[in-house]
Design a protein around this ligand. Sequence first.
Ligand code: UDP
Length: 465
Amino acid sequence: MKEKYVAHVLAVPYPSQGHICPMLQFCKCLVSRGVKASFAITNYISNTLNPKFDDECLRFVTISDGYDEGGFMEAKSVSDYLARLESVGSLALGDAIEQDVDSPNPITCVVYDAFLPWGLNVAKKYGLKGAVFFTQACGVNYVYYLIHHGKLSMPVNGPWVDVPGLPQLGVDDLPSFVGAPESYLAYLQLVLNQNSNVDAADYVLVNTVYELEDKVVDAMSNECPLLTIGPTIPSYYLDKQRPWDKTYGLDLFHLDPSPTTNWLSTKPPRSVIYVSFGSMACLPKDQMQELALSLKESAYNFLWVVRACEEAKLPKEFVYDTSSKGLIVRWAPQLEVLASEAIGCFLTHCGWNSTLEALVMSVPMVGMPQWTDQPLDAKLIEDVWKVGIRVKVNENGLVEREEIGRCIVSVMEGETRSELVENAKKWKGLVKKAICQGGSSDRNIGKFINNISNSLGGECSENRT
Ligand code: UDP
């Protein structure tokens, strides 16, 4: 049978929301340019959500992570989960590749999350190309790269750290696992291990935009050539090449979005603070209380995502007391929310996807980073792009309600707001340009496809649909 696709990638995300979204979106982009994509999800995710695509070019394949009944929550510890994911997942991936060998379009390249460096071993075992996919900011990846290669020592002795291509960093600006290595040893090992075989990967893909991180991309590229391919955000919000592409397509926490969107539609333009800490961060109870009181005292409406596991930390009667101006939901359709006229600012944990989404929608931010890569993202937001301000933490590690209130007011009104909004518009323009035809990310995606194409002599048909 004649080959129909220029290549076939097997995409292997780390199975969490913030890692699935960008890789799935990248696959959609490849598919629109003539590549077939198989997207690996765990049996647990498949059994609980049963996701489907109506597209023969993009399909889900299921693999076991060794925890088919409960996923990550079933594991005794982070290290147990990661070890089993590697041992069981490697075999399952191999099976998926073998099953496809005799099909008209067998898998030609494995695109694996940088958190799963063993994806490269599987690719090489079957003679395939291996592309590592970094879901976090290039600056964050570079800090881990330098530490892994012994070029930056840990624990980092402040007060300032110089990383080529980044502004001077305080210890509080560094990824938390580096600033406080003892805090999450298993995660520290995970993020450093991303670099264990990065130099052997055929391609290094990074979900960022060259123009956002040009200096650090250049610095890292000198040591480890990479392709910036972001932002991986549904096309409807970017180049509109696929106007129907409005959501990522796999929501681990899915809820009916209409109560949120209906509520937002009743609110005046720029009157709502959108508050979300993403899919993983857990706030200490006293921090939840300070934030709640700050929102209650503020003059603005608010939409706050409080995941079910966090609800018990809210002050008693808070939902009732604030019902005239606030809505609390367990999960929100974040892209639609950020695109809404009603949103005036985004109080965010500065997860990398949320950061890119806010940039694309030009929503100014109050940054309240919690852990992992978020502090460095907050540094970029405040000091490099100047599209938001970061809250100050007191000597006990708490952000007090007055401080949250001060930051919200600065971002919602006055001169600071005008400056942030101006900057946000500028970055939105640059980010959109990067992904549109001829832009930096668009060209890099084209290069990647050309390189992995096997059927057209290395030339890609670049079907833009
Ligand atoms: N998200 C969402 N609804 C919510 C909260 C988050 O759809 O109520 C999405 C958000 O749009 C983003 C992802 O979940 O794409 C979170 O990724 P991020 O990197 O910001 O943070 P993480 O969850 O990995 O900490």
